[in-house]
Design a protein around this ligand. Sequence first.
Ligand code: ZN
Length: 285
Amino acid sequence: MSNPLPAPPLGECLNAASPLQSTPPKGERRGGRYFLFCQGDILLTKEGTIPCGDTPPIELKPWEEVTVLKHSPKGGAGRGLLVGLLSHPVTDREDLQMVPLRKTFHILSAEDYQLAGKCAELVYFHQNSKFCGVCGGEMRWQTEISKQCKECGKELWPSLATAIIVRVTRGDEILMVHAHNFRDRHYGLVAGFVETGETLEECVQREVWEETQLRITNIRYFASQPWPYPSGLMVGFTADYLSGEIELQKAELSDGGWYKRDNLPFLPDPSSIAYRLIMDWASHD
Ligand SMILES: [Zn+2]
């Protein structure tokens, strides 16, 4: 299905440095990939892939274009990547679909899912950095991923909300909790945002203490995960129980306790680092 109004060539809307506009080396695939968002959803093809081609899959207004990234997937030719924020969801195209970003974990490749998350974070950054916090001047893109104030020159990069998540174990048991704000009945791990002036390890100890009144030891880094909901970084740790009896922080948690491998509660979504932490433990005796 073709667009009723063909979109202008990308080069007309983008600055001269646009990788989409440059002449591709001989043999390189022409065109770009389009990471287009609307109200927390991302536009995918009916087949569940990121739209790509010489022109956008739908007509884009100039103000719907957020930024352009250079991106060269492993082993593939470099193609420009246009990030956009649509004014309205696409609902009238049989060849396209809007999908909640979280669900694309199960649809896109791991690489594309992470890339889509990065693009979503840049859209969030764009929406929340229109004007300079120092002088109120207009912020304009300076690099692919940063802005600068037109008036006073202040530079601004997307800020990450950093949170820790920790798997606490005691013998053959794991500490799992259910928070009031969980959207389903799953149980997760103790987690919380890092505060200013705090190390990650201090945050791990503080969160475990605040949520359960337990003392822990042997805190070790596990892995990290970008969490683009809307702009976070989850840093995963493991730790051993040291002392104390569980006293749940009632304002935040509705339930929690020690669980064994053969008696685990409803688990978090596989897209989460909590799931990875739990499965990593469950798969080792
Ligand atoms: Zn300024």
